[in-house]
Design a protein around this ligand. Sequence first.
Ligand SMILES: C[S@@+](CC[C@H](N)C(=O)[O-])C[C@H]1O[C@@H](n2cnc3c(N)ncnc32)[C@H](O)[C@@H]1O
Length: 205
Amino acid sequence: MSRNKSLPPGESLIHPITSAIEPIDLAKLFPAEQPLEFEIGSGDGSFTLQYALAHPGTNIVALERLLGRITKLDRKGHRAGLKNLRLLRAEAAYVLEYLLPPGTLDAIHVYFPDPWPKKRHHKNRLISEPFPPLAERLLKAEGVVYLRTDNVEYFEQMLEVFDRVVGFERTETPEPLKALVTDFEQQFNANGIPTNYAAYQKIGE
Ligand SMILES: C[S@@+](CC[C@H](N)C(=O)[O-])C[C@H]1O[C@@H](n2cnc3c(N)ncnc32)[C@H](O)[C@@H]1O
């Protein structure tokens, strides 16, 4: 089997997006109704896989735009027999803005999003001004956004955009969550670059 071979539809955990307008009812992608979390830019999915295995009572949807990376996670998730993991291959900005129903997520995980270090590229950063209101709309009351990055300047931008909105308050990242290290994190940490963590909880209604 070639490394990037996709699984057949009956086995694949990737939910095919068939409409550019109809919101996806994420809860319906799973056999069990239970808390629902969303990861943006899951990469190779080593965090995702560990998280889904450690939390069988939580449904997790991972979004990633690169085919090779999502196919790899699909094969690992399928091999592990995970019933609580589903995948979307798409562009995050579009999905967040148009394809997710409001008030349905218990948590959003964004780990090591592309830092776009050049100033003229900062507009491409996922965690910028438009992100907190989008997250606030998608989360349930008391839902949490978990963020990690190696890039200190991007980290400051993350804090700035979240601290500016009234709908969130800063909270702690739980230690057991920190213990689940992502692919990129492993490489950064091995090179002596520490992880910056932030978590913001939606203020209850
Ligand atoms: C730096 S990697 C981090 C991957 C993983 N979270 C980790 O920590 O190992 C960022 C990932 O986000 C994905 N990504 C970046 N922008 C995206 C977008 N707009 N929509 C979907 N995925 C995106 C990239 O393809 C890449 O796999």
